[in-house]
Design a protein around this ligand. Structure first.
Ligand code: GTP
Ligand code: MG
Length: 470
């Protein structure tokens, strides 16, 4: 006969065994272009998990729906050299009496949670009534993924490509100062560090202007506008040569400006681009890519097409089939991606289907490749913090779908119909009519004991973590 103590020892070792054999740890990466809603998404996600099972409003997350979600707590993060995600600060501003959105972020940060749940699987339940999953959530700028193609380019090829982008509307005008300063650069002869620094600064200013004035995201090198911890580092003091053909001037001269620019470009590839993939990307298990399609729809054709190009580019980081560049360099392990149209509360619910169809069209080519790499992908439309109420307003005697919320700039309550989202990539007619009117809303006032209102955050959690909590 087995004694009580022996039985409990047996039970403990069986639990250890199952614990080790099951994947108890997930690194979930959250990315998207600037202002796509990454920080709001992570803050809302963590808040929902920390609120626990009592008031949850997450019916599409099977673990919560089945009553198996037992709670979550924040624990010290895995890597102390990586900045912490500022959850407390963000949630304080979102849950203030006069709520405000979290401040913009410019680099990578992480936060760790332990989720407690009741297992569904029979095997596990016979051993233990509860189980834990360690969840690391990592926030990083999607712009950093735009640098991947640099790994396959020489300085000369990159310069040529950047010279071509100057023909796009509005770019050359913004580049004037940089182009004037750079025109004085001698490629051979000993280089002047001060001159290089000045031209690099003018190039960086130009990239910032492209972002701010033209609403562009497809900007290279990505770290020039989002340097993170590299702010001010000499590694970022270079620029493409666009003042004529590069046919070897200065090559033979060790200290020439040409050799220095080329060397810094190579160092950028090695120490910035590759290092991000090696230190962070290869360790991600799950990925959500947030897409704000609505701001570019408002901003106009160039901004929209640029966003589309940037997203296609970003998707290349997830296309690591056998011949993929990434597979050859590293061994990434993301096995599931969610593409999410963010801020869906900016359009009336009847437009959600169109929004989803539009995202589908933007990612369709890349998604095929992603599937070929063996990655499961899902596409959803969500709002991390729902800031509007959908309803009807009377217009010329007829009821019309409308949204009501507090306008961000004026703090006034307004009701409006923002327009129809095209279900397909917008054609010339759409831009001529400019039928879309996007307004930023302030976050809603929410009682401290209630969860933040949202749209389909639970579906995002289900797609990202559902299978890890069986
Ligand atoms: N209405 C609404 N607005 C949102 C939502 N999420 C984000 N926003 C808006 O989008 C802005 C950017 O959101 P963030 O979460 O800071 O986006 P981010 O991607 O972290 O931005 P960066 O850190 O600058 O790259 C916010 O300040 C809000 O105005 C949402 O769910 N609903
Ligand atoms: Mg952010």
């Amino acid at each position: 006969m087995v004694s009580k103590a022996t039985f409990s020892n047996l039970q403990r070792s069986a639990k250890d065994l199952v614990n080790r054999s099951l994947d108890r740890h997930v690194r979930l990466a959250v990315t998207g272009l600037s202002r796509s809603g990454k920080t709001a998404f992570i803050t809302a996600l963590v808040d929902h998990l920390l609120q626990g099972p009592v008031h949850h409003q997450l019916p599409l997350w099977s673990v919560a729906r089945e009553g198996r979600f037992l709670g979550a707590k924040k624990v010290p993060q895995a890597h102390f050299h990586i900045p912490s995600f500022k959850f407390e600060q963000n949630i304080k501003s979102l849950r203030a009496d006069t709520p405000s959105w979290p401040v913009p972020t410019a680099g990578v940060s992480e936060i760790r949670l332990k989720i407690k749940y009741r297992p569904d699987s029979l095997l596990w339940r016979n051993i233990s009534q509860t189980a834990e999953l360690t969840l690391d959530i990592i926030d990083y700028p999607g712009e950093w993924l735009l640098d991947l193609p640099l790994l396959q380019m020489t300085y000369e090829q990159w310069s040529e490509q950047m010279a071509q982008t100057l023909t796009q509307p509005g770019r050359a005008e913004l580049a004037k100062n940089w182009l004037n300063l750079g025109a004085q650069l001698e490629l051979h002869g000993a280089y002047d560090e001060l001159q290089i620094a000045q031209i690099s600064q003018a190039y960086t200013d130009y990239l910032h202007q492209c972002k701010a004035q033209l609403g562009l995201h497809h900007i290279q090198p990505g770290r020039f506008v989002l340097p993170g911890e590299l702010e001010g580092a000499p590694l970022l003091a270079f620029f493409p040569y666009v003042w004529g053909e590069l046919n070897g001037q200065g090559q033979e001269d060790k200290d020439s400006a040409f050799n220095m620019l080329k060397a810094r470009f190579e160092q950028y590839k090695e120490h910035v681009v590759k290092r991000f993939y090696q230190q962070h990307f290869v360790h991600f298990d799950r990925q959500i890519v947030l897409l704000d399609c609505l701001t570019p729809l408002n901003a106009g054709r160039q901004s929209f097409e640029d966003m589309q190009m940037a997203i296609e580019q970003i998707m290349q980081s997830f296309q690591y089939g056998q011949s993929g560049l990434l597979r050859r360099l590293f061994a990434p392990k993301i096995d599931r991606i969610v593409f999410a149209a963010s801020k869906a509360d900016h359009v009336t619910p009847d437009q959600h289907e169109n929004l989803l169809a539009l995202v589908d069209k933007i990612i369709v080519n890349g998604q095929r490749e992603v599937a070929f790499s063996g990655i499961e992908s899902h596409c959803i439309a969500l709002a991390a913090v729902k800031s509007t109420q959908a309803g009807k307003v009377d217009y010329q005697g007829k009821p019309h779908a409308a949204l009501t919320g507090r306008q961000l700039d004026t703090s006034e309550m307004i009701s409006l119909y923002p327009g129809e989202v095209p279900a397909d990539l917008p054609q010339a007619k759409f831009w001529q009519e400019q039928g879309f009117d996007f307004t930023n809303f302030a976050p809603p006032v929410v009682a401290s004991n209630l969860p933040l209102p949202h749209i389909r955050m639970d579906l995002a959690i289900e797609h990202l973590l559902g299978d890890k909590l069986l």
